[in-house]
Design a binder for this molecule. Structure first.
Ligand SMILES: NC(=O)c1ccc[n+]([C@@H]2O[C@H](COP(=O)([O-])OP(=O)(O)OC[C@H]3O[C@@H](n4cnc5c(N)ncnc54)[C@H](OP(=O)(O)O)[C@@H]3O)[C@@H](O)[C@H]2O)c1
Length: 272
């Protein structure tokens, strides 16, 4: 039997790297992407594809490379991205544009480049790496939450629209996961300046965010959920990949009035 072909964007680090390594060990034909590694190089034991996901031409070249080699992509994992921190008021339109290009528009473009071959091959799985933060606004992560919420909403529609071709769409919502994200995260320029009214509390919250990631769960928990989705006959829409307390917060957010839920959030992440 032909091995299923998986393409994971952002296969060079963190969740993407762990997913590629795990799926390779499970017998899948895996390709990961990176901006910095040439097509076909195997620094992690599986072939890489050079791709800047905010550049249309680069996406097309990368997808064509895999299709030329394999003739198909059965599973696409839109993972490449990072975190964002800073106050909403401090975010410039240019910064918001950069973040939405990376987290929302890029996932749409990569997906649209892969769908025709999935349709031709009679089906596929699209798995978008979202975040627990997509479900509610967290202090100093408003732009990030907004971008991941947008990713979740278009994924829901895509799932409906692609169902006639046997292509399923799911999102995974990780909580804190121990990756390189503390080094790659975008911080908003103004929030890092003492003139910002948020400077003091933002710096304190940012230290807390970094600390929580540094002691968080291993990315293998996300990789195993990706495998579960691939092997499932009928994948669900969304899968949390988070600690008990973060999964509990998702439940609380669903059952409590937002005003009450925000009182709890402010205890954990004070805004003053
Ligand atoms: N870690 C967490 O706590 C957490 C929680 C919730 C959601 N997430 C989400 O999980 C995903 C992976 O994050 P991570 O924690 O694994 O971070 P990471 O360790 O920093 O890895 C990020 C990956 O994305 C790639 N990437 C970044 N910008 C790119 C661009 N413009 N074009 C192409 N590739 C790009 C990087 O590849 P190169 O640098 O090699 O190009 C790298 O492989 C992100 O979407 C993030 O929002 C993470």
């Amino acid at each position: 039997m032909n091995r299923q072909v998986v393409l994971v964007t952002g296969g060079s680090s963190g969740i993407g790297l762990s997913t590629c390594q795990h799926l390779k060990a499970k017998g899948f034909k895996v390709y990961g992407t990176s901006r910095k590694i040439s097509n076909g190089a195997k620094p992690y034991g599986f072939p890489m594809v050079q791709m800047e996901i905010t550049d249309r031409k680069s996406i097309q070249n990368g997808i064509s490379y895999v299709l030329r080699n394999e003739g198909r992509i059965d599973i696409l994992v839109n993972n490449a991205g990072t975190g964002v921190a800073g106050a909403v008021e401090d975010a410039s339109i240019e910064e918001i544009d950069t973040i939405f290009r990376l987290i929302v528009f890029a996932a749409i473009e990569v997906t649209n480049s892969v769908i025709p071959s999935m349709r031709e091959n009679g089906g596929g799985r699209i798995i978008n790496i979202s975040s627990v933060g997509a479900e509610f606004g967290l202090p100093f992560r408003g732009i990030y939450s907004a971008s991941k919420a947008a990713l979740d909403r278009f994924s829901e529609t895509l799932r409906l629209e692609l169902s006639p071709w046997g292509i399923s769409v799911s999102t995974i919502q990780p909580g804190d996961i121990k990756t390189n994200i503390n080094n790659s995260r975008i911080t908003l320029d103004k929030s890092n300046q003492v003139e910002s009214p948020y400077y003091g509390i933002f710096q304190k919250t940012y230290r807390q965010i970094n600390k929580e990631v540094a002691s968080a769960k291993d990315p293998i928990i996300v990789a195993k959920i990706v495998e579960r989705i691939i092997k499932s006959k009928s994948p669900k829409m969304r899968y949390p990949a988070a600690s008990f307390i973060q999964r509990f917060s998702l439940t609380l957010n669903r059952i409590l009035p937002t005003e009450v839920f925000q009182k709890i959030l402010k205890l954990r992440y004070p805004v003053k």
